[in-house]
Design a protein around this ligand. Structure first.
Ligand SMILES: [Zn+2]
Length: 170
């Protein structure tokens, strides 16, 4: 169980469906301060954030907030992980496993170049107290997070949905 401290965000990213090929926006939860098993709070470096993966438990208010932006986000059984966790699902019914999204080069949360993860949006989660989530997490560089105001939606992606990504210039 990890303790998510404010500020926390719902982040979105583009992901084409591996099955039907349609354009999707996948979401997950990000934060910059996290506590594990009562140990000292870990803080992310500037421009970086902790992205939560394999979320098996989250508070109802958080799920309500996330699913408000991603109606297909829901808890599903994963054969790969052999447990139920919150996953993004395409309109065709195919789901995006967190292994695919985080660990495969074509996955939305896999850094594309030096600028890190490309987000479609960064939305602050309304919260007063820290909340507990059962999940894994990792440090990710998030494009557009550094210097971005955390007071509202931030759109750091300029190209229209569906346009092919440009090759990294670095
Ligand atoms: Zn699909």
């Amino acid at each position: 169980m990890v303790l998510i401290h404010s500020p926390a965000y719902v982040v979105g990213a583009h992901q084409n469906c591996w099955k039907c090929g349609s354009e999707n926006e996948v979401v997950t939860v990000a934060c910059t301060a996290i506590g594990v098993d009562g140990e000292a709070i870990e803080s992310a470096e500037p421009g970086e954030a902790f992205l939560l993966s394999y979320i098996t438990e989250m508070p109802a208010h958080l799920f309500h907030f996330v699913s408000g932006f991603a109606p297909n986000y829901r808890k599903l059984y994963s054969r790969t992980a052999d447990e139920e966790y919150y996953a993004n699902v395409c309109n065709c019914g195919a789901n995006f496993g967190d292994f695919y999204l985080f660990s495969e080069p074509e996955g939305a949360w896999f850094p594309k170049d030096d600028s890190g993860v490309v987000t479609t949006r960064v939305l602050p989660v309304p919260m007063v107290d820290p909340f507990e989530v059962e999940c894994d997490f990792g440090t990710h560089k998030i494009a557009g997070l550094e210097g971005a105001p955390f007071s509202g939606p931030v759109n750091v992606r300029e190209s229209p949905i569906g346009q092919k990504d440009e090759e990294p210039t670095a």
